[in-house]
Ligand binder design. Structure first.
Ligand SMILES: [Zn+2]
Ligand SMILES: [Zn+2]
Length: 97
């Protein structure tokens, strides 16, 4: 097993052990927390982020896609559900007829 923090190989003593020792474990946790912190800070400072469609994302948008794409995705999902319902309905009709 290779430590997820320092990269040194070690023997796992516990199940699900990802890091060679407590220090690396803590270091990795802190790293994650700090990463989150910096991401949030950058976002609130107005660091420009963009949606996959090229639309600039609002700093209040915690997601990775813009409102337009989110709406589009929702419509797509609804269409899929409607299609599924129609397929089932037509199967029932065929069975009846
Ligand atoms: Zn380590
Ligand atoms: Zn978009």
């Amino acid at each position: 097993m290779v430590c997820g923090f320092c990269g040194i190989e070690f023997e796992t003593k516990k199940k699900n052990q990802k890091y060679c020792d407590q220090i690396c474990c803590r270091g990795a946790t802190n790293k994650r927390i700090m990463q989150k912190y910096y991401e949030n800070k950058a976002r609130l400072k107005g660091f420009k982020r963009y949606c996959e469609c090229g639309q600039a994302l609002s700093k209040y948008n915690t997601g990775n896609i813009c409102n337009i794409c989110e709406t589009k995705n929702n419509i797509k999902n609804e269409q899929k559900i409607m299609e599924a319902i129609q397929i089932v309905a037509s199967k029932i009709n065929k069975a009846k007829g």
